[in-house]
Write a protein that binds this ligand. Structure first.
Ligand code: ZN
Length: 86
């Protein structure tokens, strides 16, 4: 947004932290949890059209990244899917 001159600073408009682009997914500023969960419903709808184990793995990886914790690999019970996403 700064590069395109749409904003004057690189600070996050929700929490005012100046972070990298990946901060968009990780931001815990006001209103971000509801926005994140609504977006995840869209992701879930899209993933429901594919293999269920693969969808579960992607959802788990997004949540683990947002919360900066290790993925709960035991929830992904397909060994083949674990190898693809690791
Ligand atoms: Zn933020």
């Amino acid at each position: 947004m700064v590069r395109r001159k749409e904003r004057e600073t690189g600070a996050c408009p929700r929490c005012n932290e100046s972070k990298s682009n990946i901060h968009i997914v990780m931001c815990k500023g006001p209103g971000t949890e509801a926005t994140f969960l609504a977006a995840m419903e869209t992701v879930q709808d899209w993933l429901d059209q594919g293999p269920s184990q693969f969808a579960l793995a992607i959802i788990e990886l997004i949540h683990s990244h947002r919360n900066q914790v290790q993925p709960r690999w035991h929830l992904i019970d397909s060994h083949e899917t674990q190898q693809i996403v690791q």
